[in-house]
Design a protein around this ligand. Structure first.
Ligand SMILES: NC(=O)c1ccc[n+]([C@@H]2O[C@H](COP(=O)([O-])OP(=O)(O)OC[C@H]3O[C@@H](n4cnc5c(N)ncnc54)[C@H](O)[C@@H]3O)[C@@H](O)[C@H]2O)c1
Length: 260
């Protein structure tokens, strides 16, 4: 077997939560489909996921759209049962969904934190728990949690000067927690054939305010924000047998942001 064969996901079933999203979600999904996986994407809008899957099928990939509200335990249960009934297994789980809450330290409320906790803490735990049972049965599974540079370091307030962009404080909390939760799964289930890793990307270029983009690019060693191609290699590496001895890591895809 050549090393390139180890990156193949042929015969594997992969779920990406929020995998039809316009930024990282769709990049992650495309990467897994291109590597040969049967791909399922799921988020709040069933229609959007069905359309996205249809687009990938028209390009020759095996893709399916389903519905998921990550802050709703019944929704997680339904998604799990649907996938196991239809595909019989899940080999790769990518947790990219974020129960998005805006605001800043001044404007966020305890209710905002409770909503975030329901999705990004309880929901994350529940979806991992649901599919871990199947992965244990299969004696194989790769869980990839999408954290962020802001799970490793806090925001640099000077980047936001001259813009109305906000720095929501709960984000640092949930993304940092996600990294250590991932290590817990890696340690607890390693001997049962399950690997768990994080990917922590830097900022995706999404036409943010000019002063922010300039300040960001000046600070980051690689000199630019992320585009949709930048996360694909990391995802396929961690999903596939190319990384079969890699677990519990937090792979920075950040252009060197935290190296400074
Ligand atoms: N955008 C960035 O610069 C950036 C940087 C680092 C990390 N991340 C992380 O990448 C992941 C994807 O974010 P993105 O910004 O690329 O967005 P994205 O393009 O993947 O779109 C967000 C998706 O999340 C879905 N979603 C929102 N709330 C949901 C809920 N309650 N239940 C289920 N689905 C829900 C939306 O339907 C949408 O499809 C997130 O975990 C985010 O924290 C993003």
């Amino acid at each position: 077997m050549s090393v390139l064969d180890k990156f193949s996901l042929k015969g594997r079933v992969a779920l990406v939560t929020a995998g039809a999203g316009p930024l990282f979600g769709s990049s992650i999904s495309e990467a897994l489909a291109e590597a040969g996986a049967t791909l399922i994407t799921a988020s709040r809008s069933l229609e959007r996921n069905l359309e996205f899957a249809e687009r990938l099928r028209s390009e020759g990939y095996d893709a399916h759209g389903m519905q998921l509200e990550i802050s709703d335990l019944d929704s997680i249960r339904r998604l799990h049962d649907q996938i196991i009934e239809k595909h019989g297994r899940l080999d790769v789980l990518v947790n990219s969904a974020l129960a998005r809450v805006g605001g800043s330290f001044e404007t966020q409320t305890p209710d905002d934190w409770l909503y975030s906790a329901k999705g990004d803490m309880v929901g994350l735990f529940a979806i991992c728990k649901a599919f871990v049972q199947d992965m244990v049965r299969q004696r194989r599974g790769s869980i990839i949690n999408i954290s962020s540079i802001y799970g490793v370091v806090a925001n640099d307030p000077t980047l936001y000067e001259g813009t109305d962009m906000l720095q929501p404080p709960h984000y640092n909390f949930v993304k940092a927690g996600m990294i250590n939760f991932t290590r817990h799964i890696a340690n607890y289930y390693g001997k049962k054939g399950i690997r768990a890793n994080c990917i922590s990307p830097g900022g995706y270029f999404d036409n943010q305010a000019g002063p922010f983009v300039s300040a960001y690019c000046k600070r980051v060693p690689i000199g630019r924000m992320l585009s949709n191609e930048d996360i694909k290699g990391a995802v396929v590496f961690l999903a596939s047998d190319a990384s079969e001895y890699v677990t519990g890591i937090n792979l920075m895809v950040d252009g060197g942001w935290v190296a400074l």
